[in-house]
Design a protein around this ligand. Structure first.
Ligand SMILES: Cc1cc2nc3c(=O)[nH]c(=O)nc-3n(C[C@H](O)[C@H](O)[C@H](O)COP(=O)(O)OP(=O)(O)OC[C@H]3O[C@@H](n4cnc5c(N)ncnc54)[C@H](O)[C@@H]3O)c2cc1C
Length: 432
């Protein structure tokens, strides 16, 4: 690679944010290069499994016809687990099984490769197995990147950093400090294979339909949760927990994963299946409060590297696509104006602020703190819901009115009604 090579845009990372940025810029005719440290895009990537499709569909209409999607998610199931019981709140609609669909389960090793290929087809150059080691700065302006290759300095008018949650490049460039252990979580996932008909019977699915489950009560009070998503012939089962909580309690992620798998409410979903993949990854947890300055001279930050994720809704990958797209569009505008200064690139920030991404992040900015300050939400509330409902449903000859009173008295021993009302009120305040 020649040291003097110059591009309009360098994109670091071929995840959803990087590929979206590269696709938009390449389509507009810019000379774009993407560096990806993995053997191929997606080879090092993982997530729970839900890709909300609206953002991809805007970029690649009817993406599901060519993208390697697994199942169209028609049901969102909230599962509150304690002991031998689980209370389920579920919403299923066949409307999500029809175009334009709401979202699909996807496997990142396949999806990221396909998405990066779209950018390549549009004209971007993708260079894999290449780690960007640092940003090249000149008088406070980013002018390129230093890669791990011989003669690997590459220059561009603008760099979009889409390196994911680890964010080493921007940290080393002094844009933000090391993420604190309450700003990031760790996610662990097993991909569990089982015959297609077994999976479909188990989850009451036909054709391409799939189910998404968010499970509370199994993280031992740690901020986070368990997820289970159905793929074509596998289920993705895993959890996310705040690093601070894992460290404070001394839990090993693998031990917790084993406990989750053997829980009597979870085990039947994976019975007879065999684990074919085990992965772990960092995830931004704090949302809006951790977002660093995203626009610099010659430099934009997108996706998880910008700490943009929504803990409440579980969205991350689609937000990454939107931030990547908006960053790419800002670079296209900057090229037209011949101004790659922070001012010239500021349309990225303006577009982000005007989009659902920042509006949601701002609105829910207190949510992570609320969860973290209320371990009862992760543990005690699922238990109370199960005990109360199980008691109420038990037909044992006790009049229901007397039973409800007695059950309420039991609830109050564990959490006062005032305490419950306070938690509900605070919850409402942070999301309203
Ligand atoms: C356990 C878990 C479950 C999740 N579940 C969901 C979910 O169900 N739905 C959802 O929408 N979101 C989910 N997320 C969040 C989602 O994964 C992220 O928001 C999304 O992947 C962010 O995309 P990105 O492109 O910003 O970063 P990434 O997907 O992390 O991509 C970054 C890319 O940059 C490359 N890279 C990094 N550093 C360098 C470097 N120095 N040089 C070259 N290449 C580099 C990486 O190899 C990678 O390909 C989950 C996350 C986790 C951890």
């Amino acid at each position: 690679m020649a040291a003097i090579e110059k591009y309009d845009l360098i994109v670091v990372g071929a995840g959803p944010a990087g590929s979206a940025a590269a696709l938009v810029a390449a389509r507009a005719g810019l000379k774009v290069i993407i560096f990806e440290r993995g053997e191929f895009p997606g080879s090092k990537n993982m997530f729970g499994g839900v890709l909300f499709g609206h953002e991809i569909n805007e970029l690649i209409p009817n993406y599901w016809e060519t993208a390697p999607v697994e199942r169209a998610l028609i049901e969102e199931r909230y599962f509150l687990v304690s002991g031998n019981s689980a209370t389920t709140i579920a919403m299923r609609t066949k409307d999500f099984a029809e175009p334009p669909y709401n979202g699909f389960s996807v496997l990142r090793a396949r999806f990221d490769k396909w998405f990066a290929d779209q950018a390549v087809e549009a004209g971007a150059l993708l260079v894999c197995e290449t780690l960007v080691e640092s940003l090249i700065m000149d008088h406070g302006k980013c002018v390129g990147v230093k890669t791990g290759r011989a003669d690997g300095d590459v220059y561009a008018d603008c760099v979009i950093v889409a390196e994911g949650a680890n964010s080493l490049l921007t940290r080393d460039a002094g844009i933000h400090a090391e993420w604190k252990t309450n700003e990031v979580g760790v996610g662990v996932k097993e991909l569990i294979k089982m015959p297609k008909d077994v999976l479909e019977n188990r989850f009451n699915l036909t054709g391409q339909e799939g189910v998404s489950m968010r499970i509370l009560g199994l993280t031992k009070g740690m901020t986070g949760g368990v997820f289970l998503y159905t793929n074509k012939e596998t289920v993705s089962l895993g959890f996310v927990a705040m690093i601070e909580d894992l460290a404070a309690r001394g839990f090993k992620p693998n031990d917790l994963m084993e406990e989750i798998k053997s829980n009597p409410m979870i085990a039947p979903f994976i019975e007879g299946g065999s684990t074919v993949e085990y992965t772990a990854h960092m995830v931004p947890e704090q949302g809006y409060k951790s977002v660093p300055r995203l626009v610099h001279d010659g430099l934009l930050i997108a996706g998880d590297a910008a700490m943009i994720s929504n803990l409440l809704t579980g969205e991350g990958a689609n937000l990454a696509v939107t931030t990547g797209r908006l960053a790419g569009e800002a670079v296209v505008a900057a090229k037209a104006a011949g101004d790659y200064s922070a001012l010239g690139l500021y349309s990225y920030q303006n577009a982000l602020d005007a989009s659902y991404v920042m509006k949601d992040l701002k609105q829910f900015k207190g949510f992570a703190g609320y969860l973290h300050g209320n371990p009862d939400l992760m543990d005690l509330y699922p238990q109370l819901a199960n005990e109360f409902l199980k008691g109420l449903l038990t037909a044992d000859g006790t009049p229901r009115g007397a039973k409800a009173k007695a059950l309420l008295a039991e609830v109050k021993k564990k959490k006062s009604l005032f305490g419950i009302a306070k938690d509900l009120w605070r919850g409402w305040r942070v999301i309203k």
